[in-house]
Design a protein around this ligand. Structure first.
Ligand code: KIV
Ligand code: ZN
Length: 514
């Protein structure tokens, strides 16, 4: 088989990293886009970990897993039988559902975390796989911390779970410890040593602590793995997981070397990456491979000269291969609804009815403030509309006084359930003053852990996109806002974080972890 199964865990491993949490609506929006991207498997969540994770996984199974040609919807579960029941309860609505169960096999984890013997872990793994098979045919098993597990013991566990009915065996480098040559050998030896490994799909799940996640995933493919677990923009625990876009584009660009294919529609990559950044409020670094701002920018004179003469001189992928918009001027103040709909369709957003009405209103509002509206602006407003949670607090009015030699002050009016609340604040800058005024109204004090501002396009009149991470008394939530006025964008970003906190569905209590 020369096809690699792309198992996307953005909504599970990616989402569990601090600042990347998504509510049900956001997960659904992301899952729909992952389906358009045509990944093979979406790991939608870890249902036992919280009520909200359960609900989000179930909704992805119900609303995305039932579409025609939908990806497999997978849920993660520890080996406890109750965990597996809960996982099945969430994923069973999908046309094709998978239970992914895991337990650590390294002595470090057995001794300090699980406090169990090797025999006990082996028994629990086999029972879990059997129990899961009672629910569905598609069961995946992972020996957590595989890269630091005793090789022979791990192989014994793998062979026992294959006998018990696991159809996919996933080998995780949980702590990002592996080095490509050593990892390649481990992957190759598993296939020699584990009876039955030729009957199952061998998968890898690599973390990026030493920056080797993509290299380890690719080398595993060369040595027989046929599924890779990865995330959009490489998000995930600590330094993240292997990045989907890098793996897919490496396999595509170097097909001469790998001889492998995926089913991913690469033209959807850029949009998927931007949607995730928009939802989480966290942008990728400019030099990020494939999706970074500079990934296709040729600055050095000698490079520009070469590219102008022949693109092949310095360009190994084309921006259009990943669906990157050309950033040309597209629409202006007088453009109509049809022109907007047609341009959005070209960009991959097929909007109609109420969705198009909302996008058109947002576009008109933008065009009033900004003479030239670019593709990137349209993507920013459409994704903003699509991912807004129902706001408890809405910005009604904002007035800021700031300047040199002036103490910055702000007056803010918010709307909540039809009522209007107003207060003011001062700060060491206009953003600080606005956030102080919001805190005075809500009575909730947020500590800004992270604040990022970026222009959606070039030009002095560009939309400013603000992403924030706010700590409200120990609960960290992220938010984002967009406006041509960066102070307003900041207020909107802070309010979007606040709204996630105060909405019951946006609250998450994570009491267990893998
Ligand atoms: O990193 C890891 O080991 C995991 C497993 C649950 C697959 O995320
Ligand atoms: Zn992981």
């Amino acid at each position: 088989m020369n096809r690699v199964i792309i198992f996307d865990t953005t909504l599970r491993d990616g989402e569990q990293a601090p600042g990347f949490s998504m509510n049900t609506m956001e997960k659904l929006e992301m899952a729909r886009q992952l389906a358009r991207l045509n990944v093979d498997v979406i790991e939608a969540g870890f249902p036992i970990s919280s009520e909200e994770d359960f609900e989000a996984t179930r909704e992805v199974a119900r609303q995305v897993g039932t579409l025609e040609n939908a990806p497999i919807i997978c849920g993660l579960s520890r080996v406890g039988l109750g965990d597996i029941d809960r996982c099945w309860e969430a994923v069973r609505h999908a046309r094709r559902a998978r239970i992914h169960t895991f337990v650590a096999t390294s002595d470090i984890h057995l001794k300090y975390k699980l406090r169990k013997s090797r025999a006990e872990v082996m028994k629990a793994a086999v029972e879990a796989v059997r129990h899961a098979r009672g629910y569905c045919e598609d069961v995946e098993f992972s020996p957590e911390d595989a890269s630091r597990s005793d090789f022979d013991y791990m192989c014994d566990v793998l062979s026992a779970v294959i006998d018990a009915g696991a159809g996919t065996i996933n080998i995780p480098d949980t702590v990002g410890y592996a080095i490509p040559a050593e990892w390649a050998e481990r992957i190759a030896r598993i296939q020699e040593k584990v009876p039955g490994s030729d009957r199952v799909v061998l998968s890898v799940h690599c973390h990026n602590d030493l920056g080797q996640a993509v290299a380890n995933s690719l080398t595993a493919i060369v040595h027989g793995a046929r599924q890779v677990e990865c995330t959009i923009n490489g998000i995930g625990e600590r330094a993240g997981n292997a990045s989907l876009e890098e793996i897919v584009m490496a396999l595509r660009t170097r097909k001469d070397f790998f001889g492998m294919e995926t089913r991913v529609r690469s033209e959807e990559i850029f949009k998927t990456s931007r949607l995730l950044s928009h939802i989480t409020g966290i942008h990728v670094q400019p030099n990020k491979a494939v999706v970074g701002e500079n990934a296709f920018a040729h600055e050095a004179g000698i490079h520009q000269d070469g590219v102008l003469k022949e693109k092949l001189t310095y360009e190994i992928m084309r921006p259009e291969d990943i669906g990157r918009p050309s950033n040309k001027l597209v629409l202006g103040k007088h453009s109509g609804r049809h022109a907007l709909a047609a341009r959005l369709k070209d960009l991959g957003f097929d909007l109609a009815g109420g969705d198009l009405d909302r996008a058109f209103r947002a576009f008109k509002d933008l065009a009033d403030r900004k003479k030239e509206v670019y593709d990137e602006d349209l993507i920013a407003i459409v994704t903003d509309e699509a991912t807004q949670t129902e706001a408890v607090y809405q910005l009604d009015y904002l007035h800021v006084i700031s300047g040199t030699g002036v103490i910055p002050s702000a007056t803010v009016r918010l709307r909540k359930e039809g009522q209007v609340f107003q207060d003011s604040g001062v700060g060491d800058g206009p953003v600080d003053a606005v956030l102080a005024a919001i805190d005075a109204i809500t009575g909730l004090k947020g500590r800004l852990q992270d604040y990022a501002l970026r222009a959606a396009t070039g030009g002095k009149d560009a939309i400013g996109e603000v992403g924030v991470k706010v700590d409200f008394d120990g609960t960290v939530v992220s938010g984002r806002g967009a406006s041509t006025d960066v102070i307003e964008a900041s207020a909107r970003a802070y309010l979007s974080a606040l709204n996630r906190l105060v909405q019951p569905a946006g609250r998450r209590v994570r009491d267990v972890g893998p």
